[in-house]
Design a protein around this ligand. Structure first.
Ligand code: GLC
Length: 765
């Protein structure tokens, strides 16, 4: 169904359907119908089924109806910049398509991917443009590394529209959103740097359905190896050499602190050249890899996109030979500054370049590296060479004139970290593509190349890629960490909100640098952050060079003892977490969820932003305040306001739905088990290669509880051919005895346990 505008002959708005729950809207000028050039929706469009959908234009306003109820109404569509526009840091061509969506002023907004700030996203503007904020980011800094132009509106029950509506702006171009802010309290505006705009409207009866359908469109999250859920240790500048790497791992093992992965940051490279090893400090990388594997530790190496310009450096030479680098609008290849000095950047837009990148990765994986850490892939460019030379000559000239100002000084010192101006790409046919059109896709396309490395090195293994930047769909390829945060209480709290919104944006596997990246951590914060990290999908301790050590033992007891206890707890609940990870891979649903996702009938739960659910059974209330030894906790109500019994994980005390102040000494992060729930657990092993003989079922049992359990070999893609175990655990208490059973749905793999034990008792911190 297509609309045009009599006053504006050029204007077209075309509705089609992707399935009975998803409608696609293309807005374009006559003759400029958008093509699905660099992005792909996993569902195809067809004519609107007029039994379900209807679109009308009344008083110049286009509205769309689903089953005779209004779904959405647009108060304005234009081909110009909106009034609420915020001047971006980058220059963009003057072509804009703007859509204003009328929304209920009481609507709440969630999603938008990796955004700083609060859980609920109203009253702010958001930019979609992947950047490195440089150093670290502030509380409401925007944009950041990842762009996911997808949000979910939750409208009040008395609103005429649907309670839930997901909206995905498909364009990867630069875009801006105004969420009930300068555009007015009943408006959600979006503008995109393009002559056309494509959006998908996703309907559903619950948040779960919306997120599931969004991932039907953009792809299901990848199934990571089980070690990805273990404890990961990392620090920029450490280990400095092979001996230190082994020493570090031995310290973990000697102290009995579980560990699954050790990261090697840029210091492992020869002069920061990617895919190399420092010949003095890491002379025998394959020996080191072997030693780490013997200790059941998976090595992950960082790889940035910038390739140092240096003849005789194999990666650069082969890149030149295959002409893989991004071009410059002037002439030749784009040259910019990154860690190794002047560098060129692979043009991942091209298929053959992604293949070449895969080959480079395969070589490093062949040495025994288990995972690849894709950093600086917004792409971050400290300074383009031309700009750098211009700056220097300007300063010289000014010096001759005796006219150097404070601004000049700032300009030199405050170098941009996103100097991608001048980059020009080519597609597979050799056609030039302006950088703006593919900027937000750079990391996604890089990940596509990195995956090829894994596939060629060992096609049966599941890849592990950790990426800093990304776009919608990155969940198919990689896990994300939330970049350079700071060792502050404020950042720790904000990480919860960022990770929850990432989960609502189809990206279930993410985590923040535990302990904080920038600045020196204090022992209490490190302890509280490890408690929180133990419940997050990615549990990685990472910090910057020159900051205080934040190993679990860095501050001695009691901190070490408590941190160790929570890392152990992470391993104890591995069967539960791994099951959630598998289910997120199947459905797209998040692993950690805002309280309101599990308890949408409880209005109060929408205001809770410092607690979260892990799956549907555990409620976690981390301590996010310095010195706090108790905290206020909200325990939600069930359907129809039903009071639920919540059991304190540590004490076994039962509390009813409502607000409570609970005790939270330094060794306690409050955790509650939902009424009639069961959490499958194992022994606190030292790494994910070790198994436990017993499956423990930790219950909060009134009469009966159920949970699913998934298990497989943790490494290969065998699960795709049915080599896994999936079953329903049932625990029942008839007042006289407790019985357990597991009803298998799939028995293609022998799970780890020989015996099953019900745990009603508490565990102790
Ligand atoms: C960037 C990354 C950080 C890494 C550092 C050095 O700042 O975000 O995690 O440690 O570069 O490679």
């Amino acid at each position: 169904m297509t609309f045009s505008d009599k006053r504006n002959e050029d204007f077209k708005a075309n509705f089609s359907q992707l399935d009975s729950n998803i409608v696609r809207l293309d807005v374009y000028r006559e003759g400029k119908q958008p093509e699905d050039a660099f992005y792909q929706l996993e569902l195809e469009s067809s004519e609107l089924d007029d039994e379900v959908w209807d679109a009308k234009k009344e008083n110049g306003r286009i509205s769309i109806f689903r089953n005779d109820s209004i779904l959405i109404s647009f108060s304005g569509i234009s081909f110009s910049k909106p009034e609420w526009f915020k001047d971006p840091d980058h220059d963009f061509p003057d072509k804009w398509t703007t859509v204003n969506q009328k929304i209920d002023p009481g609507a709440k907004i969630f999603g938008f991917g990796e955004k700083s700030g609060y859980l609920e996203k109203s009253r702010s503007r958001y930019e979609m443009w992947n950047v490195d904020p440089g150093g670290f980011y502030k509380h409401n800094e925007d944009p950041l590394y990842v762009s996911i132009p997808f949000y979910i509106l939750v409208s009040p029950v008395d609103s005429p529209g649907p309670k839930y509506l997901g909206i995905y702006l498909v364009n990867p171009d630069y875009s801006q959103f105004d969420a009930k802010y300068l555009s007015g309290p009943n408006n959600l505006g979006m503008t995109v740097n393009s002559e056309s705009l494509t959006m998908c409207l996703i309907t559903g009866d619950s948040l779960d359905e919306i997120v599931e359908r969004y991932t039907d469109l953009t792809g299901k999250p990848c199934m990571l190896p089980r070690w990805a859920l273990g404890y990961h240790h990392s620090k920029y500048g450490m280990p400095m050499d092979q001996e230190e790497a082994v020493d570090l791992v031995e310290k973990f093992r000697g102290r009995g602190i579980p560990l699954d992965s050790l990261y090697l940051d840029i210091q492992h490279m020869q002069d920061y050249k990617i895919f190399t090893w420092d010949e003095n400090r890491f002379p025998k990388p394959s020996d080191l890899m072997e030693e780490l594997h013997e200790k059941n530790v998976k090595p992950v190496t960082i790889q940035d996109p910038g390739v140092k310009i240096e003849e005789g450096y194999e990666v650069y030479d082969s890149g030149e030979e295959k002409d893989v680098f991004v071009g410059d609008e002037g002439e030749g290849d784009f040259i910019g500054m990154l860690w190794p000095g002047l560098s060129k950047f692979p043009d991942f837009v091209r298929e053959d370049v992604r293949e070449w990148w895969g080959e480079q990765n395969a070589k490093i994986l062949d040495l025994g590296v288990s995972g690849i850490w894709n950093d600086m892939n917004e792409p971050a460019v400290f300074l383009g060479k031309d700009r750098f030379l211009d700056l220097i000559s300007e300063i010289y000239e000014k010096d001759e004139e005796g006219d150097i100002s404070l601004e000049d000084f700032h300009e030199l010192g405050d170098y941009p970290v996103n100097a991608t101006e001048g980059m020009i790409h080519r597609d597979d046919e050799g056609e030039e593509i302006p950088h703006e059109m593919v900027h937000n896709l750079y990391a996604l396309l890089e990940a596509d190349g990195t995956v090829r490395g894994f596939e060629s090195e060992s096609p049966e293994k599941r890849p592990f890629i950790l990426t800093r930047a990304g776009f919608s769909g990155i969940q198919r390829r990689a896990a994300v960490w939330t970049g350079d945060n700071t060792s502050t209480w404020e950042h720790m709290k904000m990480s919860i909100q960022m990770i929850l919104n990432l989960g609502l944006s189809g990206l279930p596997f993410s985590g923040a640098d535990v302990g904080g990246f920038d600045g020196d951590v204090e022992p209490e914060l490190l302890t509280r952050w490890n408690q929180l990290g133990a419940m997050m999908p990615l549990f990685r301790n990472h910090s910057s060079i020159g900051t205080v050590s934040q190993e679990p033992w860095s501050f001695g007891d009691p901190y070490e003892r408590i941190i160790k206890r929570y890392i152990e707890l992470r391993y104890e609940i591995m069967p539960y977490l791994y099951t959630l990870h598998y289910e997120s891979h199947e459905s797209g649903r998040p692993i950690v969820r805002p309280i309101f996702m599990e308890f949408p009938a409880d209005d109060e739960s929408f205001d809770i932003d410092d607690e979260f659910m892990v799956g549907d059974s555990l409620l976690v209330a981390p301590v996010v305040e310095r010195g706090a030894r108790k905290r206020r906790v909200y325990l939600p109500r069930g359907e129809d306001g039903k009071t639920l019994n919540w059991e304190n994980w540590w004490t076994g005390n039962v509390l009813e739905s409502g607000y409570h102040t609970v005790s939270a000494p330094l060794d306690i992060m409050p955790i509650f088990i939902r009424e009639n729930s069961v959490v499958p657990m194992m022994d606190p092993v030292q790494n994910t290669e070790e198994d436990s003989d017993t499956l423990y079922l930790r219950c909060n049992l009134e009469d009966s509880a159920e949970s699913m359990i998934y298990w497989d070999d943790g490494k290969t893609k065998g699960f795709e051919d049915g080599e896994y175990f999936y079953g329903k655990i049932k625990v029942e208490d008839d007042g006289e005895e407790i019985t357990t059973s597991i009803e298998p749905e799939k028995t293609g793999f022998e799970p780890f346990w020989d015996s099953i034990k019900v745990r009603i008792e508490t565990l102790g911190a």
